[in-house]
Design a protein around this ligand. Structure first.
Ligand SMILES: NC(=O)c1ccc[n+]([C@@H]2O[C@H](COP(=O)([O-])OP(=O)(O)OC[C@H]3O[C@@H](n4cnc5c(N)ncnc54)[C@H](OP(=O)(O)O)[C@@H]3O)[C@@H](O)[C@H]2O)c1
Length: 339
């Protein structure tokens, strides 16, 4: 095919080289250089530009990820050479061969992304990606948020949290309360990310802080953290409250399971519903999410909140920083600014 960039000879990938006990660290990863194989018929060579780093990857480190093998992760890249009529050089593709500079892909494993005016491409890894879809499903399918209801979100300043709060505001939530690890993040939540109230979870007992902020109680809880946070939400629930159990980031690196929640019997007394889900089972709602949210991004109603670390060399640090709360919004890595 004509107009194709010269094929790079080498790839750079990140491997996991050992299993962590507790907190992961840079020593569990290694950057590896290897020759790029010849491009097969029907395949395209993609230069990866934007990478998603996510909490589930910490769980993968315990066994799902093979040691000394290429890792997976949601990634947005540009086709630079192609032996496929469906994947034209210059087109943007979403795929799951992350943690590497280049990927060979076939049409069945990618989504070709058509840029939309007024929407940054990275939004398809954040508020319009699996993160945003998780928030959308939690609110609309699992918890069934109704206008006028009040909700609480843990890991409020993260990718899912900042998307969910803004979506909840658009869906007519009355009070949107979030918790995070420091006062600076809490201020940003209420100033520009849709929260009506925010608090620092280490500042005192979570349940007591929630009662003080919203004494009338909550109708909905989006649980990103588990443990003590879930226990506090069960305490704060009004009758017929609903929790969407999204994740339990507090225990992904914990050496022992959390002692809480100790109040599970209140689920009976208050007629509560707690339901977990995996976003991969709700991909059919992607178009619904985009149809609802894209006009709000274009109008500025929804902030595409992203924490972008530049440089592929920094991908491990960006992942570890996200696990420790270094991010506000969706944690991403881009190879350089301005692409
Ligand atoms: N069910 C699904 O299909 C699905 C899909 C996507 C994500 N998830 C889950 O959703 C949750 C949020 O994911 P995300 O991608 O949006 O990540 P994120 O919230 O952007 O990043 C993780 C955040 O967790 C917080 N955190 C870390 N340790 C904590 C602890 N011990 N207690 C309280 N907070 C802690 C940190 O924020 P602070 O600074 O505020 O502590 C950190 O920023 C995760 O549990 C993830 O596994 C589930």
């Amino acid at each position: 095919m004509s107009n194709q960039a010269a094929e790079p000879l080498y790839n750079v990938l990140v491997h996991q080289v050992s299993r962590p006990t507790g907190e992961p660290s840079p020593q569990h990863f290694q950057f590896v250089e290897e020759p790029l194989p010849a491009l097969a018929d029907g395949a395209a060579l993609v230069e990866n530009i934007h990478f998603s780093v996510d909490p589930y990857m910490r769980e993968c480190m315990d066994g799902d990820w093979e040691l000394n093998e290429a890792l997976e992760g949601r990634t947005l890249g540009r086709v630079i050479r192609s032996n496929s009529a469906e994947l034209l050089p210059g087109s943007w593709v979403l795929h799951r061969q992350g943690w590497r500079l280049y990927a060979h892909v076939v049409p069945e494993e990618v989504r070709v992304l058509v840029p939309v005016e007024g929407v940054p491409l990275t939004a398809w890894l954040s508020v319009l990606g699996g993160t945003g879809l998780t928030a959308w499903v939690a609110l609309t399918q699992i918890a069934g948020l109704q206008a006028g209801e009040s909700l609480y979100l843990s890991a409020a300043a993260g990718g899912v949290g900042t998307a969910a709060a803004q979506f909840a505001a658009l869906l007519g939530a009355r009070r949107i309360v979030g918790s995070t690890s420091n006062a600076r993040k809490a201020t940003i939540l209420t100033q520009r990310l849709g929260y009506t109230d925010a608090f620092v979870y280490q500042s005192g007992q979570i349940s007591a802080q929630l009662t003080e902020i919203i004494p009338q109680g909550i109708d909905i809880y989006l649980d990103n953290v588990g443990g003590e946070q879930l226990e506090a939400a069960i305490d704060a629930f009004r009758d017929n409250g609903r929790a969407a159990l999204i994740g339990a980031v507090a225990q992904y690196s914990a050496l022992h399971p959390p002692a809480a929640p100790r109040n599970l019997f209140d689920i009976v007394g208050k007629s509560l519903m707690l339901k977990g889900f995996l976003v991969r089972d709700y991909q059919h709602l992607q178009q619904e999410l985009e149809a609802f949210i894209i006009p709000h991004i274009q109008s500025g109603n929804v902030v595409v909140e992203e924490n972008i670390t530049f440089g592929f060399n920094n991908i491990v640090d960006a992942f570890l920083s996200m696990l420790n709360g270094g991010n506000i919004g969706k944690a991403l890595v881009s190879i350089e600014p301005g692409i």
